[in-house]
Design a protein around this ligand. Structure first.
Ligand code: ADP
Length: 230
């Protein structure tokens, strides 16, 4: 495994204008081919952490690095388009476009030709089991179908990192297994890194690393905490 972090949070603190501190001195590295699961109570800062790695928010202090370079000095539009795949909690699919069109829009500006794009969309729609539903628009889909469409959209540009906020909450156990297999295949084939917020213990158990956020502080319970001076 490549040990160079793809994304790093270095002493990241995020305070909103309300003065609320959602993240407090967070350090976290995401490495190629590594799956990190984030758990923690509601309001702990999990979504905020994902938004910072997705360059949708900026830290109040500290730095977010992509391949060692501060995201603040990076072309964040290109970074979001090419490097990250994001599954939002509320899906954020375009409501007036069907599933297939949602994936096509996500591929605008990529170097692939029409046929290659269509082939990739076909494969992903098959992988998430939405072949029959692909001509339907989000309001005509169940919560689980929307969630699967959002997962397909997040993977359609072969991202280096998948940032996913509770992507399995509306799925049944068989669909969860299918999703886990799909994510693991992308990790094995392309060394994709994964940061996934999840409350599903079985899903978290598949991750190589598990970190916990609580009141904006990040801990890694599987790793022994170094004993400091008493
Ligand atoms: P989680 O995903 O763990 O439930 P969030 O990251 O969504 O937590 O939120 C962490 C805390 O920051 C919560 O207390 C939330 O109310 C607050 N928060 C999130 N976004 C904003 C915002 N834009 N403005 C002010 N407070 C916010």
């Amino acid at each position: 495994m490549d040990e160079t972090p793809l994304l790093s949070a270095r002493q990241v603190t995020k305070e909103f204008v309300s003065g609320h501190r959602a993240l407090d001195s967070v350090d976290l590295d995401l490495r190629p081919g590594e799956w990190t699961a984030v758990t923690g109570p509601s309001g702990a800062g999990k979504s905020t952490l994902l938004q910072l790695f997705a360059a949708l928010e900026t830290p109040t202090s500290g730095r977010v690095l992509y391949r060692g370079r501060d995201l603040a000095d990076t072309d964040v539009d290109a970074y979001r388009r090419r490097s990250v795949g994001i599954v939002f909690q509320l899906h954020n699919l375009l409501p007036h476009l069907d599933i297939r069109e949602n994936l096509e829009v996500a591929m605008y500006g990529t170097h692939l030709g029409r046929r290659a794009r269509a082939a990739r969309i076909d494969a992903l729609i098959h992988d998430v089991d939405l072949v029959e539903q692909q001509g339907r628009k989000p309001p005509q889909l169940s919560g689980g179908e929307r969630q699967r469409a959002a997962i397909a959209r997040a993977l359609v540009n072969d991202p280096e990192v998948l940032l996913a906020d509770e992507p399995t909450g509306s799925l049944d156990p068989a669909q969860v297994q299918r999703l886990v297999a799909l994510v693991e295949r992308h990790m094995a084939d392309r060394q994709m890194a994964v940061l996934m917020v999840t409350h599903d213990r079985d899903v978290a158990a598949r991750a190589r690393r598990r970190v916990v956020l609580d009141h904006g502080r990040l801990t890694e319970p599987d790793v022994p905490v170094p004993v400091g001076p008493q």
